[in-house]
Design a protein around this ligand. Sequence first.
Ligand SMILES: [Zn+2]
Length: 142
Amino acid sequence: MLAFLLPLVVSCHATYYCRDALPHQCQSTEYAWTRLGGSSTPPEVIFKSDYCAKHPEQAKRAVVRNGECFDGLFFRLEWTALVAYTPGQTVAQTALVHELMHAAQSQRDVYDPWHEETQDWLMVDVINQELKQIVSCAAPEE
Ligand SMILES: [Zn+2]
């Protein structure tokens, strides 16, 4: 039975390769991407835990670019999102869904660096709440 199922599973995921860097990352990404109405595959997500020299008083980590600290950055052409991760955070506490929203917006030809599409950003908050529910229902990891 397993031999029969395996090729099916592989073909279903052939276009979207994901490996969990954080617990529930891939599951959360797929869920959020579907909720955001994204088409094709979600962008590659890379978590960064750079030390933010500009704000040393903050214990949190960042994506650092040219000395500036960010919670996340999305690169449309590279189809990649860099997301800051401070050890101990859950996926829903990072900017993962936020950056996926920028990606989904780009597919709609919406460019919203200043987050003026209020409905979109409210949706990010809703999805992060949903992710907390989903993750708490998931089987514990070893
Ligand atoms: Zn943003």
